[in-house]
Design a protein around this ligand. Structure first.
Ligand code: F6R
Ligand code: MG
Ligand code: MG
Length: 360
């Protein structure tokens, strides 16, 4: 019988500001999933990165299951009651709709789910980021599954040598396209390089087996306007014909620039950090990523192992801080600040209106 791994996440109130999750919310999520999920889930872990609560759940119901999505929704709702009582910042901010309508997608929370046959040993990494957008996974996923300078397995492991397929979502037109790599590598990169518009939804082995899935959804126009910095999650299965744990982590040893950070309107380096250090405070950031490793055992989540707690990422952290210092000196100027059409905040219409008689 197949197992499904569902990671569903939401920001339902920050402590303090947008920097972290209050412990009472985590306890409430723990309690709710434990009680209401009793007959539904094989196992679960409640975790967080920055101001986002992440529910990591295993079950036998398949992806897009109404009961599972409802459980997550109700869990976030009961946490929101506490967030409101404590007057946490932005209480309930990701619960965009008042009523649950069968599927949590498009309602605010982020979802990454995969269903598969549990292998004799099933190592999995759940990456979780805060203060950035789903396209932040494009570069690391390309490196993990298509770059032989990152993943030596592509070259020397006969089980990986044929390559992988990338499913890419056009976030604006809401269309998908699949590239077979290495044959179509250059076509793939035309799209992956434009991470604000195209994002990797999933990666498959050539035989169709799922290898990775992200919480990439259509651009969130639900709130009546574009809200794109969703603080995405990514699930990667590892080893034995898939990237080794170390090959999946390696792309984060060179912090790349991602969109997000302060007011969702700046480029900044994504810092790989331990769970303990995942509280973005400097200029509401810089963007962060944590990596929690699990071994699945008959659906049970054995773990987590806090993979970026390793001292081997200290240099990456140092480098990210130097990049952050450099970018911050640019203040409100691009390319630190995002281009006009990608910012989450803009005063341009008001300023333009005020000055309209003076433009000639
Ligand atoms: C970034 C983020 C924060 C807020 C900022 C201003 O994704 O959530 O940087 O944008 O703290 O928040 P408001 O406008 O609510 O004061
Ligand atoms: Mg927040
Ligand atoms: Mg967040």
């Amino acid at each position: 019988e197949k197992i499904t791994l569902s990671v569903i996440k939401a920001d339902i109130g920050g402590f303090v500001g947008h920097s972290s999750v209050h412990p009472e919310l985590l306890q409430e999520a723990e309690k709710t999933l434990g009680q209401r999920g009793q007959d539904l889930l094989e196992d679960f872990k409640v975790t967080c990165v920055g101001d986002d609560i992440n529910l990591v759940m295993t079950h036998r119901k398949g992806i897009d299951n109404e009961q599972i999505h409802k459980l997550a929704w109700e869990t976030f709702l009961s946490c929101t009651r506490i967030a409101r009582r404590l007057k946490l910042y932005g209480a309930g901010q990701d619960l965009l709709s008042d009523a649950f309508s069968g599927n949590i997608k498009g309602m605010g929370p982020g979802v990454a789910e995969m269903e598969f046959e549990e292998r004799p040993s099933e190592p999995i990494i759940v990456f979780m980021a805060d203060k950035t957008e789903p396209g932040a996974w494009n570069l690391p996923l390309y490196k993990m599954f298509a770059d032989p300078f990152n993943t030596i397995g592509l070259v020397i492991d006969p089980k990986m040598h044929e390559g992988f397929k990338f499913e890419v979502l056009d976030l604006i037109e809401n269309k998908k396209v699949t590239f077979s790599c290495p044959e179509e590598l250059y076509d793939l990169l035309v799209f992956l390089g434009a991470a604000n518009r195209y994002a990797v939804k999933a990666v498959y082995r050539k035989n169709g087996e799922i290898a990775a899935v992200s919480s990439t959804q259509r651009m969130n126009l639900m709130a009546g306007r574009y809200v794109g910095k969703d603080d995405p999650v990514l699930i990667v299965r590892c080893q034995n014909g898939l990237p080794a744990v170390g090959e999946a982590l390696e792309p984060f040893s060179n912090p790349h620039l991602v969109a997000g950070w302060m007011r969702g309107s700046h480029f900044g380096p994504i810092i790989p950090v331990s769970q303990k250090e995942s509280t973005p405070t400097r200029f509401d950031g810089p963007p962060r990523v944590i990596a929690l490793g699990f071994q699945l055992a008959e659906g049970k989540l054995i773990g987590p192992q806090d993979l970026f707690a390793d001292v081997a990422y200290d240099r990456a952290r140092q480098k990210a801080l130097e990049i952050a210092d450099y970018l911050r000196q640019l203040g409100p100027f691009e390319p630190h600040r995002l281009p006009l059409d990608e910012m989450e905040y803009t005063s341009m219409p008001q300023v333009m209106e005020k000055l309209k008689d003076r433009f000639n």
